[in-house]
Design a protein around this ligand. Sequence first.
Ligand code: GDP
Ligand code: ZN
Length: 308
Amino acid sequence: MQEGVVLKSTGSWYIVQGDEKDPIACRIRGRIRLDESKSTNPVAVGDKVLFEVDPQTGEGVINKICDRKNYIIRRSTNLSRQTQILAANIDQAVLLVTINFPVTTYVFVDRFLATCEAYNIPVILLFNKTDRYNIKQQKHLAEFRNIYEQIGYTTMEISAKTQDSLDDVENLLKNRTTLIAGHSGVGKSTLINRLEPGLDLKTNPISEIHQTGRHTTTFAEMHPFSFGGYLIDTPGIRGFGLAMIEKEELYHFFTEIFKISSECQFHNCMHINEPHCAVKKGVEDGLISPSRYNSYVSIYLNKDEKYR
Ligand code: GDP
Ligand code: ZN
């Protein structure tokens, strides 16, 4: 029996990287019971597993799935209560942000951050295309970064296209399992191709399709970096959204709002228009950024039944 990590799943076969140079195609031993019984797929990309290889066929059998540090899920279909695990054991997410070309909005960033907070995944905000910004946009970039630095998020800025060395980004990704996300056109492929020439990302075209809300049967995939670590490519990235967060708990995932909320007069305060709300006072006093509060309110108000 040896230990390995699942790089890819096709539904019935799992590609597992063990100690050998080449990954091995495995099936699952009978029915492996999981705590996540509502999930449609018992083994996910990123899962650490114990498996053995049949010396005759060269095929493997997965005997055990190790406990997951975290995982991201989406509903199998829009109406279903069943969930599909997209990926597991994610060390960090890198959200690629552009001030322009295309515009990334605060609410887009805040939705992503809240989702990752809920899944317990640290996020780094990587601002790209710094070579393209005029003075006004540079100023906006500085303000944008500052909002998130204040809350405690790590931010960096790069030009994936023109920068000579991307060593800082490489160091960030080295020996970790990373999910990279961002609007189409922000430069994900450009960045990945510079870090690992030849790596073919699937994130983009399908993420556009997902905006219409229909899930396809595409699976996530994990690609090794030659400098160590893995990149998780999730074609269904848009599908993991905020669907799993209850409206009443949304503020728990805005860390600075959650911290101050213990001072609200009502323990069930939603920070919308309740009296003596410490969050609203925090915005007035400059402790909470107005853009963060606006994002919270707009996500809260839009999070009606159809998202549940
Ligand atoms: P993706 O959709 O996120 O994968 O974005 P791409 O990597 O395909 O990039 C979209 C466009 O932005 C391409 O034309 C890239 O050449 C360009 N691009 C990417 N990074 C930069 C950058 O740092 N500076 C500039 N000026 N253009 C960039
Ligand atoms: Zn409140």
